[in-house]
Design a protein around this ligand. Structure first.
Ligand code: NCD
Length: 306
């Protein structure tokens, strides 16, 4: 059974095919409207979500399927002490495919070992968020027409931000990608990721402290929120939370075809005045998330023979 736990579970060819399928879905919505008739998607969200859960549910509905699930661990048997393994074993009896978000790193991986249905990791702690990455790749490809030859700035909480972790891994496989990591020292990308992605020397990255010093070189600027819920103490969060605020003044030096992405939710890191700039892609990105999840559901159900 094929699951999606880590962005590297998919080859570059598989990703390209998924993005092609998402493009086709966008162009021919009606053609896909009954593809999942009689099928059920369960969304098991042990951690808060708006876009990811609702886009999964909207995706399944647009494929003609049905959805069931819960949106917080308080309203599931986890509150009674049930293990993740037992929960997914049971939910596999009710649903054909499962999207799961959990605060503990590795929980969806464990679920995949126990479940009788394909498991999609919808975010595990500060670790991975592969469907956000598919969303980001589709957005970059649609906005820029390519996934290679790009200078990508990742800005904000690069330590705890799982979307950045997964994006870096996935993009590292395309040609001529240059990363610029923009973060305070306390929020730099974790050592394990440096080891995993950059240690063989094929790909390199720069580490800087301000947006200003690099914005004129960027093709993509990936902004992120400081992940309050993953901090050990509130004082550190308060000190770091407004380190970066992208505004129209800062954008004056940027390339005319810069693409600004953000997985959302935004707190203060992009000022709302930027929303009217044509280079702001984050709401289009949120919409792309639904289409790429439609493509993923179709692919995993097909591979599971369902
Ligand atoms: C992200 C997440 O949950 O990791 N949100 C999302 O899925 N679009 C980013 C975040 O919470 O900051």
């Amino acid at each position: 059974m094929k699951h999606l736990i880590d962005p590297m579970d998919l080859t570059v060819e598989e990703i390209d095919k998924l993005l092609d399928l998402a493009d086709d879905i966008i162009a021919n919505r009606e053609k896909y409207s009954k593809k999942c008739e009689g099928k059920k998607l369960a969304t098991l969200f042990f951690e808060p979500s708006t876009r990811t859960r609702l886009s999964f549910e909207a995706a399944m509905m647009e494929l003609g399927g049905n959805v069931l699930g819960f949106s917080s661990s308080d309203s599931s048997s986890a509150a009674k002490g049930e293990s993740v393994a037992d929960t997914v074993k049971v939910v596999s009896c009710y649903a054909d495919i499962i999207a799961m978000r959990h605060p503990k790193e590795g929980a969806p991986c464990l679920a995949a070992m126990k479940a009788d249905a394909p498991i999609i990791n919808a975010g595990d702690g500060g670790h991975n968020h592969p469907t956000q990455t598919l969303t980001d790749l589709l957005t970059i490809r649609r906005e820029k027409g390519r996934l290679d030859n790009l200078t990508i700035g990742c800005c904000g909480d690069l330590k705890f931000g799982r979307t950045v972790h997964s994006l870096i891994k996935a993009m590292s496989r395309y040609a001529n990608i240059h990363f610029i990591m923009i973060s305070p020292q306390e929020l730099e990308i974790p050592d394990y990721l440096v080891e995993e992605v950059f240690s063989d020397g094929k790909l390199n990255y720069e580490q800087v402290r301000t947006i200003d010093e690099v914005i004129d070189r960027l093709d993509v600027l990936y902004m992120t929120r400081v992940q309050r819920e993953r901090f050990f103490n509130e004082a550190d969060y308060i000190r770091l939370k407004d380190t970066y605020i992208l505004d129209t003044k800062k954008l004056k030096k940027a390339k005319p075809d810069l693409s600004i992405l953000h997985p959302l939710p935004r707190v203060n890191e992009i000022s709302v005045e930027v929303d009217d700039d044509p280079r702001a892609c984050y709401f289009r990105q949120a919409l792309n998330g639904k289409y790429v999840r439609m493509a993923l559901i179709l692919k995993l159900l097909e591979e599971a023979g369902k």
